[in-house]
Structure formats: structure tokens, C-alpha cells
Design a protein. Sequence first.
Length: 328
Amino acid sequence: MEQNNQLELPQLRSTTSMELGCDARGYSRAGYDTSTWYCAILAGRHGPELNKMRETIRRVQEILSRDIESRDDQPMAPASVALKSKRLTFAWLEGEAQKRYCLFYLNSETSHDTCGPRRDIADVPRLFIVRYKRNTSEEDTKPKRKQGGIWGALQDQELDPASQLVAKFNGSDEIPEIIKWVSQIIKDGDSRDLPHYRTKTPDLVPEDGEPIWSKGVQSLPSASTVKQRFRSFITKIYDLIGDPRIGPILLLAALMSFGTIWLRRSQPPQQSNQPDSTQPSQPISKDERKARRRERLRNALNVEPSPSITDVEPKDAYQMPFSDSDSE
């Protein structure tokens, strides 16, 4: 059961890249001390062509996992040894969902037959190998920066720690030819002094086939994404500072600002033309308040009261005489 699980061809996802050792920001499955390792990736869109090629690569992995028993098997020894020592990993990549990642490695005129949305009925799966190498001596001898050197630390994190070299397979789909090619790539990668090329690999995007909880977590910006945005912001600031046009622009802005302040201060204070009613009232003395109070009281006494209805005698009114009984 364990052997069958080892022979399965895993899918390269954002959640499995570190585990498979197919990430320049991580390490080999063989351990942290391994400086050189390989990832053979089959990229393509879902369809019969990809399914057929996946079965072919699975058979290649199965053959390389066997023990070498004869001299005829010697040509595949480098790949077989690397696979058993976990320095070689086989995986497949969904080229439509991982368009940027796929085009990053298969940068050619025919890459759109493998990467991105389907444009034609023809789908062409492609196999390539990425050689990862960490320069341990460079990491050990790297001078330690001061804690305040934020810009220097961001520059170190701009590139992936491991260098990458890509080899693309252009042969037939025959299993012996693929095994021979993989073995030759590993042999050259381990023995030859190849250039140490570091770059920045695009991130793998979460796919619909991943668990819901995984997609929820990955929808949040990762630490690397936040750092990348912060580095881009700092880089723009440094670019602006280094621009030779920024000095005259800042000088002109400062002169205009000082000129505006000087003009405002040099102008005489404007006289207020507000009417007397709007002018602030002067404080009133105690004697003046008493005089105004007496004046208001005098005016109130001189006002005649309004006539009452009982004070006016109607024109047709007459005096009713008293009866005799009343007079007596």
C-alpha cells in the first residue's frame, strides 16, 4: 500500500509545492542539507492528452523506483538514485488554472497550447525539469546586516533563495527516451558547473479542487504577498528619490509655498466696513442701565389702558325704571 502511494503522480498545487520540493523558497524532500534537487513537472490542460501523458510519467516513475539489476539499466542510474534519495520528484501541473506559473517555465511561442484557457481543440502536454540549487557557502558567508537595515533585508528577500535552471523535453512520448533524458539532465546538473541563476517565481494560485478550508485560508494575503507589496512601495519611493527631476520639483514647490506665505503676511490688514449694528457692542455702565430702566417704566405708565366692553354705552341703550316695590 505504501509503495502504491509513492508511485502516484501528485498534482503540483499551492498547498503541496513545499512538500514536494518544487518550490525555490523551500528545500528538497531529502532534507535541508541537500543543495541540489530536481522537480520533473508535466504541464497541460485537462483532457485525454494529459491523461495519457500522466500515465506515461507514472510508468517512468515506477521503472526508476526499481533496483538496478543489469548493465543495461546503468544509463538510468542517475535518475533512479535521485528518485530514491528524494532529490527527484515527479508531479503534474494544471496548465489552465496555473497560467502564470506555467508560462513562466514554458516561455515559448507554443506555450499557449499548454498554458492558459483553451484556444483550440489541440492540447499539448509538456514535460520539463527544474533544477534547484542552494548556494550554502554564499548563505554562510553572507555578512549580517544591522537590525535597522530594512532596505537591505528587503533586497535579500526579493529573489528566491534557490537558483533555478529549466530543461524542456522535446522528444517523443516513449518511456525509454524520457528516462534517458531525465537521467542525462540529472547527471549534468550534478557534475557540471552550471550558472547560479536566481529569480522570482510567481505564486501558485489556489484551485477549485482544493478543500474549502484551504481556499478560505489562502484567500487571505500571505506574508510573502504583504512583503512583496511593501517592497514594491519602498522601491517606488527609492526610485522617486533617485529621479533627477525630483529635486527641481521640490525646490519649485518650496519657493511657491514660501512666496504665498510672504504675500499674505505683507498685505496690510483690511478695514472692516460693517455697519454699526454689526459692530461689537460697548459695555454699558450701571447708571446708564438704571436710566434705561426708568425710561421703559415711564413709557409703560403713559400708555392708556385699552377700553373695556363695559365702558362703552350702546346708542340704543335706556335706563330701566325701578318698580314701586323696589323704590319703597
